[in-house]
Design a protein around this ligand. Sequence first.
Ligand SMILES: [Zn+2]
Length: 665
Amino acid sequence: MAAAIPGIFSDELREAVLASKVLVVGAGGIGCEILKNLVLSGFSDIEIIDLDTIDVSNLNRQFLFQKQHVGKSKAAVARETALTFNPDVKIVHHHDSITSTEYGITYFKRFSFVMNALDNRAARNHVNRMCLAADIPLIESGTAGYDGQVELIKKGLTQCYECTPKVAAKTFPGCTIRNTPSEPIHCIVWAKHLFNQLFGEEDPDQDVSPDTADPEAAGDTAGEEALQSKANDKGNVERVSTRSWAQANHYDSEKLFTKLFHDDIKYLLSMDNLWKKRRPPTPLDWNSLPDGVAGSSKDGGDTGLRDQQQWSIAKCGAVFAESVKKLSLDFEACRQKSKTDHLVWDKDDTAAMDFVASCANIRAHIFGIPEKTRFDIKSMAGNIIPAIATTNAIIAGVVVLHAFRVLLNKLEDCKSVYLRPKMNHKNQLLVPEKCINAPNPKCYVCAKTPTAALAADVTKMTVKQLEDIVLKAGMNMVAPDVMIDGKGIVVISSEEGETEENNDKFLEEVGIVDGAILSVDDFLQNYSLKVTVVHRDKPAPNSDEPEFIITADADDLKPKEENNVLEKPSTSNGQSMEISPQKSDPGSAHKRKTESPADDTPSKKRKIEFSNGSDSDDDICVVESEPDNNSAGASSSSIKRKQVDDDDDCFIVDDENSDVYMATQ
Ligand SMILES: [Zn+2]
């Protein structure tokens, strides 16, 4: 091992390596590589933790695992295999979640430093807070396709993981999806929503029928008239749910097709205002679907893999009919088991994917949007970027080089490093940051006395929602305690049985009114902050406004004129939030965009987003991109962040030239 061979390391480093005790969080793509590097470098006291078991799809890059290990604990097998490289190393493995209460501050304090090799933001935020609380260095890393990054997080010296906004999820206004799609992704999102409306978990925010409340159609009474006149006709634009309608029609694919792609489109056409500056859609007739394929001869489309053929609309119609038949049977079988059971969209389920591919293309055709192959639609609908073994290996190498610097106490030398897909003009693939990024004094996690403001409807938000949606899902706490300052009233307790009676009460009923200050505390994370509550009326059900906003600075809640480009809420799922760790700089978004350096500076810094932790199949990663008006700067003033369970939504994987990327492993 390197540390055992004279001359490879300086004596100082050799001794530091041998004397250190390190923790690797995650034994997946990057984790396996890090563990291998550590063992070969001579680290002799290592702990590794991972909750996952080995999946066959991991084997193409997680090289500590082999076929016979499928189904076993990643941490256990990673340890076993690494020991074959060097049996003298002490490796302790934990098949467990790092957020478990067993791994408290005292546990973290045992280590010289921690290396994150995680695939989700929730766990990253948690380890970030634990390392800040234990005051030990954390080496954070992530990859997405050919992109990757490594950064050091050290309390008081560098930014913490939560100092800067993370990338926003790209979502689309409901009316774009329902009324005026203009890009393939809009049709794909619509098709996924349609799947849920028909067979999945019904979500009122995923309505697929024409949106009569579209502000652009305001003053347009034609739509309303059409609604009136047709309401008693076939029920096609009646306010019955799409599912009830489909069930009443026994999922008859022809009727369904006619409703979705003819009648609803005719209805949209009646909303004249929408089409004054747009190409109006063309309703389709089930009995005369075009069977030509744009840009190729009729037969040309049949060559090659099915997934990569361009389907004609007639073919889409046939695929649609077939998939509806299969899915309605599956759905019925689900219902036999339980009335509330439903299908869950899965890109790898043939019928579910066929359904979305055919519907998306039919809708695209109607609106004059380029059609896509099933393969392309699958990537876009699943937000897939392949995890690449070499990227993981390079990033893991940089992690261990950072580890050496940490051991030599050269923390200032641990500048963030970005692996880019193409060389810059200096022929660099690995681009270091020019200097250490200083902590954000207003960060609501690592500031000396963290504060935040919460804007929410105190008359409509319940205590349970405050706990689950705001504090746990929104602010990544594990077991928060909440007390109203000045009154000494505990409204949420992490101790079981103490405050459950508050769960269904509205905030104002327990004394959380406009101006109230909450002392919020998470014992496990050793994290506490003061949250000022600002009442803000709950947005209308169909509004794109977020249900609540959290910001590090209450001033951010005041209406801003110039800056609302960044304030525009990103989602209508009723759970969205915005976080503004820093005070906004009006107009900064546009300014920074134009300033965006064309040189080698790693403009992608901090643009990393991670896939949902529950999406354990980490051979893919979910990529969320941010609105194109946002910038990469560390001082980007606000973000729109979705809940972690948001993988129903579609995000565009921007091309590599965009200044947006995220990473998992
Ligand atoms: Zn911070």
